[in-house]
Design a binder for this molecule. Structure first.
Ligand code: 6PG
Length: 470
């Protein structure tokens, strides 16, 4: 009997679409789902195609050519550990497990080790692109041993999106793939929040209605802001609500959910001591959005203290465009800095330019700007911060004034722009040769004898502040 080239555990929408993608690309795919009804339904839709279905994990494993390559596409968390434990005794040395869910990177680190103890390779693979990407080409970020990557590479390169090359590359050992996917999501949160803030200004101050916003975003999508998220936003603004006849966006409750990857990005940034204020602002914005009832009540009591300001709508459109591009660049600089720090911490040797390259297609943050990032790291792989790359500096310098104008305008009229202002503050702090934290050090030394360094000679110093003030 023909054996399968690859196996797929989990036939929910992501797993089913990845299996279809693999089969369409010429691979015979073994499929298994915990509930066999789901497998039967899937097989019913795939008549005549190269799938081998099994009702038990034993039969599923036996149906795959050795050394086996098996995708696990089930809900991230303890279910993944359970399935690994069930599989380990029935697998053979050299088999490879590929977890393509949104796993926590420390879990992937642990699972790589767990696999090694049993002679099994585990790859923690970040996959971005949602259902569509899974079916027609995703951005794929594999972490684990490079030998295991070489053996799954022909599969992953076929099912990945293509942007001047397949949108997949070896990311690094153990949890590197899932970490990079997590940071991708953090950047995704920031992109989405920046777009939401731009929309707020344009609708509130510029009085733009959804159809005008749609045309504006479509225009923006032809220039430096070209990206999947700008493109879908232009579409969203044209969607009519069948129930009210108005625009659907106006009928949607302003409470944003989150599944955890944004939070993980911020948590890791705190652990590693890397500032990512724009991404943090985006995560916080979702938390504040969620307390809708409290906000509605507060709106009754809290005054804005706003300062009236008027601006031509066309001028606001242009300022917002440039501010959005600037704030986006600064947000990506933070994400890349977090990746660089994580790479040093865990010896991952992340190639930041290659990561930017595989984000150019398939994933949610795909954008023209990623080519600029790829080039910046190709020119200088040890670039300290993306903001320092000559071409990026150039992009920013002509537009920074717009970012300042937009943050100032929003502040005056009382529209919250947490991500725009976080980007601007990050930029101003990063370029500050002198910050006021000398005073912070003095305070720390005053109340806690934490000591301080001096600007004129090395060493650590403590002052008896109270005696000096006596
Ligand atoms: C992707 C997406 C996908 C999902 C995230 C974000 O790259 O395909 O990031 O993984 O949309 O889980 O979801 P939340 O906004 O619910 O956290």
């Amino acid at each position: 009997m023909t054996k399968a080239d690859v196996g797929m555990i989990g036939l929910a929408v992501m797993g089913a679409n990845l299996a279809r993608n693999l089969e369409r690309n010429g691979f015979t795919c073994a499929v298994y789902n915990r509930s066999n009804e789901v497998t039967e339904r899937f097989m019913g839709e795939q008549l005549g195609k190269r799938f081998i279905a099994s009702a038990t994990l034993q039969d599923f494993v036996a149906s795959i050519e050795r050394p086996r390559r098996i995708f696990i596409m089930i809900k991230a968390g303890s279910a993944v550990d359970d399935i690994i434990e069930t599989l380990l005794p029935i697998l053979s040395p050299g088999d490879i497990l590929i977890d393509g869910g949104n796993a926590y990177f420390r879990d992937s680190m642990r699972r790589v080790e767990r696999g090694q103890r049993s002679g099994i390779e585990f790859l923690g693979v970040g996959i971005s692109g949602g259902e569509e990407g899974a079916l027609n080409g995703a951005s794929i970020m594999p972490g684990g041993s490079s030998e295991a990557w070489e053996r799954v590479r022909p599969l992953l390169e076929k099912i990945a999106a293509y942007a001047e090359g397949p949108c997949t590359t070896y990311i690094g050992p153990d949890g590197a793939g899932h970490f990079v996917k997590t940071v991708h999501n953090g950047i995704e949160y920031a992109d989405m929040q920046l777009i939401a803030e731009a929309y707020d200004l344009l609708r509130t101050v510029g009085k733009r209605r959804p159809p005008e916003l749609s045309s504006l975003f479509r225009r923006w999508n032809e220039g430096v802001l070209q990206s999947f998220l700008i493109e879908i936003t232009a579409d969203i603004f044209t969607q009519v609500d069948e129930e009210t006849g108005g625009y659907l966006v106006d009928s949607i409750l302003d409470k944003a959910g989150q599944k955890g990857t944004g939070k993980w990005t911020v948590e890791s940034s705190l652990d590693l001591g890397v500032a990512i204020p724009t991404i943090s602002a985006a995560v916080d914005a979702r938390a504040l959005s969620a307390i809708k009832d409290e906000r509605v009540e507060a709106a009754e009591h809290l005054r804005s203290g706003d300062i009236a300001q008027s601006i031509e709508p066309e001028k606001l459109d242009a300022l917002t465009h440039d501010a959005l591009y600037c704030a986006k660049i600064i947000s990506y600089a933070q994400g890349m800095a977090l990746l660089a720090r994580a790479s040093a911490e865990w010896n991952w040797s992340l190639r930041l330019g290659d990561i930017a390259a595989i984000w150019k297609g398939g994933c949610i943050i795909r954008a023209r700007f990623l080519e600029e990032i790829r080039r910046a790291y190709a020119d200088n792989p040890v670039l300290k911060n993306l903001l320092l790359a000559p071409a990026i500096r150039q992009e920013l310098s002509t537009r920074l004034a717009s970012l300042r104008e937009v943050v100032a305008l929003a502040t005056r009229v009382g529209i919250p722009v947490p991500a725009f202002s976080a980007s601007l503050s990050y930029y101003d702090q990063y370029r500050a040769a002198a910050l006021p934290l000398n005073l912070t050090q003095a305070q720390r030394d005053y109340f806690g004898a934490h000591t301080y360094e001096r600007i004129d000679r090395p060493g650590s110093f403590h002052t008896s502040w109270i005696a000096g003030n006596g």
